[in-house]
Design a protein around this ligand. Structure first.
Ligand code: PAF
Length: 280
């Protein structure tokens, strides 16, 4: 498998798929592939005729103080993993191809983008939505595969697809966890052994929320108070948010009487971790 690096080559591929009437799946990634990404790839291979994996560390979704420079780049290993799974098409654009000098259009993401991550990373989802729409258009894919790990990202992309009538189906695939429950993330490699143990408190806290709700606790404020305490006792260095929210709008659920999502973003050392659990 040779990575696709030009728009001409990508268009040629997409033209061929169109002529053959193939259903095309896209798995957008920033590389540093782990089993979470590979589960999306597996699902696309199973469900579509042709799969295009994209690998692009998108600068526009990182704020200046964030980890763009040190974000792991492991292209050779990524290509090997994909090739071993039978992936034939990997689009690996350079920054200049995605953002040529005269590039100046950007998506203003849906309202759901302004909460939670949006409060701490105000420019993040504009960057995500913009690059994802470009990748959808460039590949002309029919089905897109995203992980539930980035819960709010999925909400933002689903809203964009709906609002802009983008002709693509969005599939949300389950979070893949390590044996001890840590949600897989490319950023987990920043954690040292001690921090890696501390990081488990995110999933413990989410499970505790599930237990609280199933034992009849329906006061969102009480639940969030316990979440924050568990995270602090568990050793996180700071909490960006720990909430129980409506699964669609991400509005805080003050009273729980149906399906909710519990979401956490917290720092362990310098590493920012996110996790979530849909309950009910
Ligand atoms: O989830 C990610 O890895 C990125 O946000 C995405 C969707 C590939 C856009 O750069």
């Amino acid at each position: 498998m040779t990575p696709i690096r030009t728009l001409e080559a990508l268009h040629e591929l997409a033209d061929g798929f169109q002529r053959a009437n193939e259903t095309v799946g896209i798995v957008p990634t920033m590389g540093a592939l782990h089993d979470g990404h590979l589960s999306l790839v597996r699902q696309s291979l199973d469900e579509t005729g042709e799969t295009i994996v994209t690998i692009f560390v998108n600068p526009s979704q990182f704020a200046p103080e964030e980890d763009l420079q040190r974000y792991p780049r492991t292209l050779d290993a990524d290509l090997e993993k994909l090739s071993a799974m039978g992936v034939k098409h990997v689009f690996v654009p350079e920054s200049a191809l995605m953002y040529p000098p005269n590039f100046s259009t950007s998506i203003v993401p849906a309202k759901v983008a302004t909460k939670l991550e949006g409060e701490f990373r105000p420019t993040h989802f504009a960057g995500v939505a913009t690059v994802v729409l470009k990748l959808f258009n460039m590949t002309r894919a029919d089905v897109a595969f995203f992980g539930q790990k980035d819960y709010q990202q999925v909400c933002v992309i689903q809203a964009m697809v709906e609002d802009f009538n983008v002709p693509i189906e969005v599939r949300v695939c389950p979070i893949i966890r390590e044996a001890d429950g840590l949600a897989m993330s490319s950023r987990n490699r920043y954690l040292d052994a001690e921090q890696r143990k501390t990081a488990l408190v995110l999933y413990r806290t989410l499970n505790h929320v599930r237990e609280l709700i199933s034992s009849g606790q329906n006061d969102g404020f009480e639940i969030v108070t316990e979440m924050r305490q568990l995270l602090i006792d568990g050793g996180v260095d700071s909490i960006d948010y720990a909430v129980v929210a409506d699964p669609k709008t991400l509005e805080t659920a003050n009273f729980i009487d149906g399906k909710v999502v519990a979401l956490i973003a917290a720092h362990v050392g310098k590493t920012r971790l996110i996790d979530n659990l849909v309950i009910g």
